[in-house]
Design a protein. Sequence first.
Length: 299
Amino acid sequence: MAIIINKKLEESKLVFNIEIPFFDYEKYIRESAEHLSEHVNIPGFRKGKAPYDIVAKEVGEMTIYENALQDIIENAYDEFIKKTEIKEKIFYEPDIQVAQLVPGNPIVFNIEYMLIPEITLGDYRNLKIKKSKIDTSSEEFKLKVNNAISELQDSKSIKKEMDKAIEIGDQATLNMDLFLDGVPLEDGSIKDYTQLIDPKIFIPGFVENLVGLKSGDKKEFELLFPDNYFDNKVAGKKILFKVEILKVYKVNKPELNDEFAKGFGFDKYDDLKKHIENNIRDEIEAKEIDKKTIEMIIK
């Protein structure tokens, strides 16, 4: 199922880039759509019986993909472990990050293993490692909290199709074809792609070229992909985009109040925020412990 498209050794990590072809994960997408249709009222269809295209229009195709993603990744990772012989000494809890998730295209994700360093015991009897204090008032910590809350807010947002020009924060469905030196890119034709119009999601310049377009508009523009882009075929290269806007949606986010918090099992918004802050602090502390453990080994 999963294809290893790249393996590289970094200073302290072993990184695999994994690609899952569409035909290998399609069944999970179909199962996800069927599961979602059992929990959504779709006029004219019994629950669980609506066709894929109808479900996708009702809930959004990215919702179907995101709902299936964990099963897809877990299955691909299990197969990767069975087929891959890793000779390096590694910690066996990898960091798995999705690098590409575009409906109808291969899913690309990265598996990062931390390498176990050669151990040289020093004077461990006098070794003292102080635990760093987590600054919950720092801008970095606040940003992590705000991002987590924003993700929850997005999950409860309601979108409405409108005849309007695209603005940042809207959602749009589009067709997109990519060309390198006048030649269509392999897997570079993307149809009915629905995504939030947010500069943080796309490469620099892409969103700026969409802002102001309306349903039915077409536009061509060239963008330079970053040198460190995960796909070597386009990294550092100038790519021609041909884009057609199909639909524009206004996204209405819920207010961050007590009513919003009740949707996640909390009586008060402050309780929800406190819970998120505690989770993030616990996550940072866990990573700090891992870091200090390695420090202790290699001192």
